[in-house]
Design a protein around this ligand. Structure first.
Ligand code: TRP
Length: 439
């Protein structure tokens, strides 16, 4: 299927060039600009550049003007025919634009979250910060899905929770600086192609392979109270649906936490199997482990999580933050203020390292070890720094909280854009699977 596609494209290009030469010879002058624009078009006619299409067309027009004029000038100077000269120059320009286009093709980055709760500072340092940096670098074409269908796999009996949190998560995204103009943010359930793909992929995965998936295995063990003795078909199969999430958008890079690696591996297996049966169609994604650290909970637990009740949310008010910090776990051997403390086992010191300046952190540790610092004062200082750190996020969030229609509008627009992308991929997939009946 792939080689066929390439041939058709090649024929298209040759066709355009032939017409160009004929027109050029017959109308010369006027034809030149027109022809050069035509020559550029096949180069521009590629997906992935959608974001930059306008910029690209501008380039194309400028280049065609440039090549036409250069061809003419050279032909007059050296007294050679304008026709062949323009063809040569146009050819060169054409390849230059191809090179530019390749540079402008940004790698598609795809990732997402289950909307089961508001996001906390663990999410911020673990993934949101990197996402904003990637977005701002301008080197990628980022997509972020709010995985409501996946959230339902273990919250099927709580649709209100999922629905509510779709908007909460969107507000968290917006408040940390994800910009819908640069990052396509969409709702998973509103992309029917993903559900369709999940069905197609389900033929390419065995039940025992899913049962062996380490992430799924751990989660099933943790969710006995939801699933009882036998896990649902939907939950066991969510890696298949996640493979559809990624491939429906031709996601090349997938930034995730370590716990998600088995899911990306499963996706790769599906892609390889698909390609070997139906022909090279899908792109194998690559997981990107963020180098940012996992944030420990206020209670000292290795993980900050909503279910663990040890998290500071991006949307927490200053009062709540202070209250939470006051309950953070400190060195248990430190009872009186002048006892010598060990900041290495104190969560307050740990957070000072994240939210306070390096000097402040050093002073905290030194004074703590010397028994010159009271825990209460130390916590108050930390709480203030966290409050200050989260201030711009909290203010931005408030802006969106007061404008629910705007949040909905942004979600709708992102979803609409995502649907177009998924529909394009789906077309290729259906063709490969010979399901393109009336095309
Ligand atoms: N499983 C991910 C999580 O729990 C969320 C998710 C759904 C996702 N679809 C995805 C992540 C596709 C990356 C790519 O966090």
């Amino acid at each position: 299927a792939k080689s066929k596609g390439i041939n058709v494209k090649k024929i298209d290009n040759i066709f355009v060039v032939l017409i160009a030469i004929i027109v050029m010879i017959s109308i010369r002058w006027i034809g030149i600009l027109l022809i050069n624009s035509l020559l550029i078009l096949p180069a521009a006619a590629s997906r992935n550049v959608a974001n930059n299409m306008r910029k690209y067309h501008l380039f194309a027009v400028l280049f065609s003007l440039f090549s036409g004029l250069t061809g003419l000038i050279i032909s007059y100077y050296f007294n050679v025919g304008a026709g062949p000269m323009i063809v040569i120059i146009s050819g060169i320009i054409y390849f230059v634009t191809l090179l530019i286009k390749r540079k402008m093709e940004k790698k598609r980055v795809l990732t997402g979250d289950r909307p089961t709760g508001r996001l906390h500072i663990g999410h911020y340092f673990g993934s949101l910060k990197t996402r904003v940096e990637m977005q701002e670098s301008g080197k990628y074409d980022p997509y972020i899905l709010i995985a409501d269908v996946q959230a339902l796999t273990d919250n099927f009996n709580n649709p209100d929770k999922v629905r509510k949190n779709v908007r909460e998560v969107m507000m968290d995204y917006l408040s940390v600086g994800l910009d819908p103009q640069k990052t396509t943010i969409y709702i998973q359930s509103m992309i029917p192609e993903v559900a369709e793909l999940t069905v197609f992929y389900s033929n390419l995965v065995t039940i025992s392979r899913l049962q062996r998936n380490p992430t799924v295995k751990t989660e099933i063990a943790q969710k006995k109270e939801i699933f009882g003795e036998s896990v649902t078909y939907g939950f066991l199969g969510y890696p298949v649906s996640q493979a559809a999430d990624i491939t429906a958008f031709e996601g090349a890079l997938v930034p995730v936490g370590e716990d998600q690696l088995p899911l990306i591996e499963q996706c790769k297996e599906i892609v390889r199997k698909f390609n070997s049966i139906y022909g090279e169609t899908l792109i194998e994604p690559e997981a990107v482990l963020s180098n940012s650290k996992r944030i420990k909970g206020l209670d000292g637990n290795e993980k900050m999580g909503k279910s663990l009740g040890n998290a500071i949310y991006l949307s927490d008010s200053p009062e709540i933050i202070t209250q939470k910090v006051m309950s953070a776990v400190t060195d248990p051997n430190r009872i009186r203020k002048d006892d010598k403390g060990n900041p290495d086992i104190c969560m307050v010191a740990y957070y000072h390292n994240l939210f306070s300046t390096q000097e402040e952190y050093k002073t905290v540790c030194e004074e703590c070890r010397a028994g010159e610092r009271g825990c209460v004062a130390c916590k108050k200082q930390l709480a203030n720094n966290i409050i200050e750190f989260l201030k711009p996020i909290r203010e931005k969030r408030k802006y969106y909280e007061e404008r629910p229609e705007l949040v909905d509008k942004l979600l709708m627009e992102g979803t609409e854009k995502a649907r177009k992308t998924a529909a394009q991929t789906m077309k290729k997939i259906k063709k490969a699977m010979k399901l393109d009946y009336f095309e």
